[in-house]
Design a protein around this ligand. Sequence first.
Ligand code: HEC
Length: 472
Amino acid sequence: MTVSAVLILARTLHIIAILQLAGLALAIVVLPVPAPALARMRRLAWGCLAVALASGVAWVVTPTAQMSGHGMTTVLVDTQFGHSIVLRAALLAALALLMAWGRWRWLAVVLSATVAATLAWSGHAGAGEGLLHPASDVIHVLAAAAWLGGLLPLALVLHHGDMTACSLAARRFSRLGMAAVLTVVVSGLGSAYFLIGSLAGLLGTPYGHLLLVKLALFAAMLALAAWNRQILTPRLASGRTQLIRNTLTEAALGAMLLGVVGALGTMAPAIHGEVRWPLPYRLDGGHLVPATPLSFARPATRLTTEAVAQGRRLYVETCAGCHPTGPQTSNQGDTYWWATQGHAAPPLAGDDGWSVVHYLRVRAHGASGPAPDFDFETPGGDQGSLVDDLVTLLVFYDDSPASRARLGQLENQTDDCRILASPLQSPATSPLSVTVTPDVAEAYGVTSHTELLVDEAGQIRARWSLADGNSP
Ligand code: HEC
């Protein structure tokens, strides 16, 4: 078995054992439990405790083995994951004492629910920022524990109990289950929003696909639960055997679902993943439009003057012959897909495709789009880049008397906006001058005195050139 298979198995067993423990504790308080069923539930609880501890150890050891140079102690002491494991081990030990003492009831419910809640802390939510995502994950785990963890106890009560106990148990569990399922759905939607983000993330990433498997298992469990609630519970006398069978099937589906959960926790969430759109169409502003596998891809390179200048050269050489006015689509991912597929021209390799995308984007937005970034050096030797939270007046000046006059005006201006001046032909003459590569003027499509106002977010707010006349 590979390391990741061991890790998934350990996580799955750990999650199952802990949810089962919490569900058992709750069921003992909530359901009418006959003595023989109680004895078996206690044995089951001890088994869960042992599995939880063993799989917890396996879970810590596996990723530690991968982090070369970091000992187990480092992981336990220095990482949030380590803290959650240590806390969980301590809580499990306390729970063991409580069980040995034979005092179940509410203290055990609270303790085992706390153990279950720490599971959310070692998943994806624990790594995130803010409170909303971890909170919704904790609620998700607790509701799942109440529902899934209650299935085996219910089956035991139905098996051992008399008719009164059975019907009471079935009705109570049915109400508890409804509330839990509703909570699972609402909190699950919350987490999905944080980890998937969009329909593209759900349909176009391995994480999303696995989540769909989880949803399918969930749907099957819901169907069984509905059958139990609507048909079997009201007619318990004839339906009891079937109800037990369904409850056990539901529990088995639940275990499979938790296997998927165990695997999901080891994968990069869709929101960080690369989306490959699987359908030939997608929705765009309420209309169905043709899609490509990369419709939802985002540029892998930054929007820089170097990329734009390079993209322009590539576009003129390879695309302009057939697309003189540019392709019809304005979707970046689609353009990239076509550019790198070689549908007519030789395919562009990786980042060259993005350069063409950047060029087309700047061209389409003209005077009001994103400003391609570039590095510069001041006469004093300081280095900087255009896009760095400052409002900037970017000035390209030339040799004409009008340009010189305008530059002199700017030199005497004491605005709080940063001014970067770049000479178009001659050596720098102004103290405002900065040194940049020639691709900057090329990327901005500038040949004579031109000024661009770039805001702190890197967007071009205004563009004015001397040839246009008037004052800026
Ligand atoms: C030899 C001619 C030719 C060349 C060269 C060419 N294309 Fe195309 N391109 C086409 C044709 C024809 C279609 C329509 C094909 C189809 O629908 O199957 C097309 C379709 C497209 C589309 C999708 C439709 C649209 O207009 O939005 C994009 C995007 C595109 N090309 C981008 C590029 C890019 C980028 C390059 C340069 C790397 C390029 N093409 C080079 C002929 C060409």
